[in-house]
Write a protein of this length. Structure first.
Lengths: 111, 112
């Protein structure tokens, strides 16, 4: 069966510090991968998605970036965090255009 | 996009009653719809999906209804239990890519 992992689970970072969140998927090949952000009490905002290694589409202009160095690995990064980057970050995967399955999320607090 | 400052609407039901959670979707060309359940501090969990060539689909204790005429999607939960308390999101897929558009979410609160 397929599983999706995210780490860390929780992160507290100072403003201006770098960020690296990691997502890995097991049990499937060549998945579509997604990064979402969810502010407290809000819906899901798609940040990036990838249909293959090295292929990244950005949905929202911001100081975040994403990379996919391996088929089942998706990384969300920032060189300098802003207060507004605080939120709940969710990674998801899908096969082709089918259902997206979400990871457990990373809660990021920027102080 | 989201409206700033809105709180998620809440549906409060008595334990054992049936719940109906409604969602209005935006694009008449959407061909696939999903309901997710999100418990506090966790990622959204897939509940049930439906394609646009269907108007009803049943799962275990859940039923999804699709009315394409009025672009309306609903999730019915039978015999609601305390464990059903969560935020519920509908999502629609439009076009040739795999991106989903999510609704704002509805909080279901189950009274004992």
């Amino acid at each position: 069966s397929q599983t999706i992992h995210q780490w860390p689970a929780t992160l507290v970072q100072p403003v201006g510090s770098p960020l690296s969140l990691e997502c890995t998927v097991e049990g499937t090949s060549n998945p579509n991968l997604y990064w979402y952000r969810q502010a407290a009490g809000r819906g899901l905002q798609l940040l990036f998605y990838s249909v293959g290694i090295g292929q990244i589409s950005s949905e929202v202009p911001q100081n975040l970036s994403a990379s996919r160095p391996q088929d089942r690995q998706f990384i969300l990064s920032s060189k300098k965090l802003l207060l507004s980057d605080s939120g709940f970050y969710l990674c998801a995967w899908s096969v082709l255009r089918e259902t997206q399955y979400f990871g457990p999320g990373t809660r990021l607090l920027v102080l | 996009g989201e409206s700033v400052g809105l709180h998620l609407p809440t549906l409060s039901v008595q334990e054992g009653d049936n719940s109906i959670i409604n969602c209005a979707y935006s694009n008449s060309a959407s061909d696939y719809f999903i309901w997710y359940k999100q418990e506090s501090g966790k990622g959204p969990q897939f509940i049930i999906d439906i394609r646009s060539n269907m108007d009803k689909r049943q799962g275990q204790r859940v039923t999804v209804l699709l009315n394409k005429t009025v672009k309306h999607l609903s999730l019915q939960i039978a015999a609601t239990q305390p464990g059903d308390s969560a935020v519920y999101f509908c999502a629609e897929r439009t076009g040739a890519n795999s991106k989903l558009t999510f609704g704002k979410g509805i909080t279901l609160s189950v009274r004992p």
